[in-house]
Design a protein around this ligand. Structure first.
Ligand SMILES: [Zn+2]
Length: 340
């Protein structure tokens, strides 16, 4: 087996960000606010979790941590693992709320103003910073602009474009990118798994380690995802009314948020299929992801020209943006299905 350095925190990918944080830990020099940005399932919360736990671990505070890995056994580590550390304040969107309110931010700020109890640092984390209301974001600015003692703020967002530019410019931005299929594959290979499954997992995780872990814990989910891809491939060779009937069925009785999610899944699968079509068209020896529908895709690739495929891909990106901007998910998915 190939020897892989998945770094000491055992995280898949993001080596540049992790080295940056570890250098800060080594030198005990921290930014006042970090902004971790990038699509969901990349591992932002996992990275921030390891960073926070290392920072608050008694071994680190007492300067006896050789490898900058949290011990897991001290009081501080134990409190953190139970989710009740007195120097760590986490804020996120409440399930039934539309945004993170100014009251929530004020309460969080009040807690951060207390003297630290167990450790030298106080950490304030906001998960889903894109959900801050305008008033809440403005209130947060004050904390970022006027740091108090050893307080470190960590903001996590799936969409940096939705944040106030003043928050972004005052934070140390850590941009998370997709992780390569090979890195995910290498990581999975170190786990005791049947070979065929890990190849499929790596291929169908789209560079999202969180997705790979989800599949790892629930292989049924992977099979469902493959079945969804196959369904769309089959539909592509069926008449238009069959495609529309399929959409009517899956969008039936779904609320707007669910419809957006369904449309996004369909469009992602569609991108995956068209990308693969392009590879077949070019006879590329690139890593194919969809071995389970290879024959169907080869046949399709023979009947379509490259420009058509590229224009389909362009359209999907445009539609994805429109659905994000609250256009009707069903309408745009129907449009997509009629243009294939
Ligand atoms: Zn510890």
């Amino acid at each position: 087996m190939k020897e892989i350095d998945t770094n000491k925190w055992g995280i898949i990918g993001h080596d540049n960000i992790i080295s940056y944080l570890r250098v800060s830990l080594e030198s005990h020099k921290f930014a006042h606010a970090y902004l971790m940005a990038g699509p969901a399932h990349l591992g932002k919360k996992t990275v921030s979790g390891k960073f926070v736990q290392t920072l608050l671990c008694e071994k680190y505070i007492e300067d006896i941590s050789d490898d900058l890995v949290p011990c897991g056994a001290c009081q501080s580590c134990k409190h953190l693992n139970k989710g009740m550390h007195p120097d760590y304040y986490r804020l996120e969107l409440q399930e039934d709320k539309k945004n993170i309110s100014i009251e929530q931010v004020r309460d969080w700020q009040r807690q951060l103003q207390h003297k630290s109890f167990l450790t030298k640092y106080k950490i304030g984390l906001i998960v889903g910073a894109e959900h801050l209301s305008i008033e809440a974001a403005n209130a947060l600015l004050k904390t970022i602009e006027e740091p108090v003692g050893n307080t470190i703020i960590i903001l996590i967002t799936d969409d940096i474009n939705l944040l106030l530019p003043t928050i972004v410019s005052r934070s140390q931005v850590l941009k998370f990118s997709l992780v390569s299929d090979e890195t995910i594959y290498d990581y999975l290979q170190m786990r005791d798994l049947e070979h065929k499954s890990i190849r499929d997992i790596a291929k169908l995780s789209f560079g999202l380690p969180g997705r790979a872990i989800e599949y790892l814990n629930n292989i049924k989910l992977l099979e469902e995802n493959k079945a969804e891809v196959k369904e769309i491939v089959d539909l592509m060779s069926k008449p238009a009314h069959d495609r529309l009937a399929y959409l009517q069925k899956i969008f039936q009785k779904q609320d707007f948020i669910n419809s957006q999610r369904i449309a996004d899944d369909i469009m992602n699968n569609f991108l995956l299929i068209t990308r693969e079509l392009l590879l077949h068209k070019e006879n590329s020896d690139n890593w194919y992801r969809l071995g389970f529908v290879e024959e169907e895709l080869k046949t399709m690739a023979n009947n379509i020209d490259k420009d058509q495929i590229i224009s389909m891909i362009d359209k999907v990106y445009t539609w994805k943006d429109k659905v994000k901007q609250n256009a009707s998910p069903l309408l745009f998915t129907e449009d997509l299905f009629l243009s294939i």
